[in-house]
Design a protein around this ligand. Structure first.
Ligand code: SF4
Length: 348
């Protein structure tokens, strides 16, 4: 019995194919709505509380987003469902006039939007022509509905030079004042993301310490505020060579099992723990074929290859086998271990 279980069913997928997507680019599916009730019924006996979501990629991408939200709230419990995340479908915001008022009605006060630089670059990173213009439209729509846009920027050496364009856009759209006018604060921040999923492809152009000086002042200040950090290295982490040396002396292993796990369920009903990208190394089983009990047992026993590797292979061995002692790329410690673990499992 787990204290709580959160289930995120990838029912509809995502209209984008972002180059930094940590969830990966699996094809979109169309899971029948009844799967929500079936998942709730199968997993609830194993949890003190169940929390259900009809998405794990783009929220509210289904045309029946309202009904599904209500159904998820109804099937979750016994504790009340968490409020709607500060995430939304940009695709829907510009196509469905009733969506932003609905979000506002649920009490959503801010929505995160992702830019990568100017128009061409943002379209390329989002994997969809027109994405940048839709984000600009979405900003206006959100503000008209009393919701503050929050701008996040993913950065690597490839788009570092375009950060001033994002800062100029923030000024040009007067976002500080417009958010103040609706009684909210404007937030913006930059980070490199974790080096997993599609974002792993940017390893070669990963940010290094000297790049932090090139983050323009408004975005740098917004980043420190958003992460409650004193310095940018507190946010971006430490160079790989330092982490590598530290891990060489670290004989610890780790058990990736929580009493409050979150699971991703893909369109084929394969189940993955929400630790990193849903890759084959993390697969726990198939909820429909194996049953919820067997999937949870696999999780609790660290039976997925990645969980098993982290439980049995010391950090020092992961670093020695898969780290680069000469790299200055910046990582948070845990993100770096997950990158090493992925490489270890991929090469095993
Ligand atoms: S990052 Fe989000 S919006 Fe982009 S492809 Fe991945 S799930 Fe979709």
């Amino acid at each position: 019995m787990f204290h709580s279980i959160t289930l995120c069913l990838d029912m509809k997928g995502c209209p984008n194919r972002c180059k930094h997507c940590w969830m990966g680019w699996s094809p979109n599916g169309d899971m029948p709505e009844e799967e929500l009730s079936a998942a709730a019924a199968d997993f609830a006996p194993f949890a003190g509380n169940l929390e259900l979501y009809d998405w794990d990629r783009e929220p509210d991408y289904s045309d029946r987003y309202r009904e599904r939200w209500e159904l998820c709230c109804k099937l979750s419990g016994p504790r009340p469902h968490q409020p709607h995340f500060e995430l939304a479908s940009v695709w829907r915001l510009v196509r469905d006039g009733s969506y932003a008022p609905w979000l506002a009605g649920l009490g959503v006060g801010a929505v995160q939007l992702t830019l990568f630089g100017g128009e061409e670059t943002t379209d390329w990173y989002t994997g969809r022509k027109g994405a940048y213009r839709e984000i600009l439209q979405a900003i206006d729509i959100l503000l008209q509905n009393g919701i503050a846009p929050r701008i996040q920027v993913f950065v690597s050496k490839r788009n570092l030079s375009e950060l001033p364009q994002v800062e100029a856009l923030i000024e040009q759209l007067d976002l500080d004042r417009r958010c103040r006018d609706i009684g909210r604060e404007f937030d913006c921040f930059v980070h490199q993301g974790s080096c997993d999923g599609e974002n792993r492809r940017f390893y070669d152009v990963w940010i290094t310490p000297e790049d932090l000086e090139k983050i323009p002042p408004r975005l740098a200040a917004g980043t420190l505020k958003y992460f409650s950090a004193e310095t940018l290295p507190d946010v971006f982490g430490r160079p790989e060579d330092e982490l590598y040396r530290e891990l060489l002396a670290d004989g610890s292993t780790f058990r990736y099992v929580s009493d409050d796990p979150v699971f991703f369920i893909d369109r084929s009903c394969d189940v993955y723990p929400n630790i990193t990208t849903p890759s084959p190394f993390w697969r726990l089983g198939n909820w429909k074929k194996d049953g919820a009990g067997a999937v949870l047992e696999a999780y609790a026993a660290s039976r997925s290859p990645a969980q098993h590797a982290r439980l049995t292979v010391p950090a020092s061995q992961l670093a020695r086998a898969c780290g680069d002692p000469n790299s200055r790329r910046l990582f948070g410690r845990e993100d770096y271990i997950e990158l090493l673990l992925h490489r270890y499992c991929a090469g095993a």
